[in-house]
Design a protein around this ligand. Structure first.
Ligand code: GDP
Length: 364
């Protein structure tokens, strides 16, 4: 599955947000830096109204949404890259995630201490990005030392790695994150394998006060401009409101949202933004027993998509029977789609499309 790491300075609302996301008390929210020392991992259902619709049409007994993993990575502070505080462990946790949800404090509250003594989300974002860049520089320098011997021995992979590491180093020493380095298609795989922290896509999460959840405020506006300039994404959320919503029954939550002038829960927007940031798509398997959603990277071929369900589906892949979501809904189900000639047989080269309703045929 795909993993988002929640990072940010202490006391910006990470734990509050994580709690709301996972509806657990596992990550204790407290007005105290370093309160979450172990990374907390939670799985979240990806909200998708299409799945409910498909299930209703097929009268499926159970509905199984696809999931996204969130990891609460607390304790990133100024000096983390030098191993100050609890730094190193956190940097190792960040290496493992696919994308970073960077929570920025955009709320004013004199009762909640800010580590730098002022609310300035753009400066906070720079503080964290600087730590990540310093950590990348340090790890690259170490790796370059270790790789020298392999390069001398003529190891082709090592030669490629060295070239990419040096390109990253040039950018980083120039004060630019590694994600801004132009990488050729043939280098893309090796580049991703370097797992540099500043190549991870970033989603800024502006944590605003309760009254500002609908429209944001001057701080979140400043973050929006920074994100646009960097090519990163942003969402505006009130972690406190989300925490309150997460404790309500669905219909109560809907009323509460309407009262606050919000069309949908911020967490739904956050998950969707994470989906878009990672270029993720959803396909469905639908039958009387269950309707289920599955996550793939955009551009995934049918055998690889089958492999998300089970490795054997990929290995023994014969073909996929495919109905587009719109056809399935408009025609009223699988049989009707088949009768209308809207069920297609697709082979190994087929690129799965977002919303496809799939049925895999495979050799065991
Ligand atoms: P973390 O250290 O980043 O995980 O931050 P926490 O989630 O523990 O929050 C730190 C403190 O800020 C807690 O006392 C929260 O109740 C408070 N807090 C979090 N979000 C908001 C918010 O949107 N508005 C206000 N006023 N306080 C918040």
């Amino acid at each position: 599955g795909f993993k988002m790491g929640i990072v940010g300075l202490p006391n910006v609302g990470k734990s509050t947000l994580f709690n709301a996301l996972t509806k657990t008390a596992a990550a204790q929210a407290a007005n105290f830096p370093f309160c979450t020392i172990e990374p907390n991992v939670g799985e979240v259902a990806v909200p998708d109204a299409r799945l409910d619709k498909l299930a209703a049409i097929a009268a499926s007994k159970s509905i199984i949404p696809t999931r996204m993993t969130f990891v609460d990575i607390a304790g990133l502070v100024k000096g983390a890259s030098k191993g100050e505080g609890l730094g190193n462990q956190f940097l190792a946790n960040i290496r493992e995630v696919d994308a970073i949800a960077h929570v920025l404090r955009c709320f004013e509250d004199g009762d909640v201490t800010h580590v730098e003594g002022r609310v300035d989300p753009v400066a906070d974002a720079e503080t964290i990005e600087t730590e990540l860049m310093l950590a990348d520089i340090e790890s690259i320098e170490k790796r370059l030392q270790n790789i020298v011997r392999k390069v001398r021995g003529g190891d082709k992979e090592a030669v490629q790695q060295e070239r990419l590491l040096r390109a990253a180093l040039v950018a980083l020493e120039d004060g630019r994150p590694a994600r801004l380095v132009d990488v050729d298609d043939e280098d893309r795989r090796a580049w991703n394998m370097l797992q540099l922290l500043t190549t991870k896509p970033v989603l800024y999460v502006c944590n605003v006060g309760e009254a500002e959840a609908a429209d944001g405020n001057a701080h979140s506006q400043a973050v929006a401009e920074m994100a646009a300039a960097q090519g990163n994404a942003h969402v505006v959320i009130s972690a406190q409101i989300e925490e309150e919503i997460s404790q309500l029954e669905p219909d109560e939550a809907q009323m509460f949202l309407e009262e606050m002038g919000l069309s949908e829960a911020g967490l739904d927007r956050l998950i969707r933004a994470g989906y878009a940031l990672l270029h993720l798509e959803t396909y469905f398997t639908v039958g009387p027993k269950e309707a289920r959603a599955w996550t793939i990277k955009s551009g995934t071929t049918a055998p690889k998509a089958a492999g998300v369900i089970h490795g054997d589906f990929e290995k023994g892949f014969i073909r996929a029977e495919t109905i587009a979501y719109d056809d399935f809904v408009a025609l009223g189900g699988e049989q009707a789609s088949k009768d209308a000639g809207k069920m297609r047989a697709e082979g190994k080269g087929y690129t799965v499309k977002d919303g496809d309703v799939l049925h895999f045929l495979f050799n065991t």
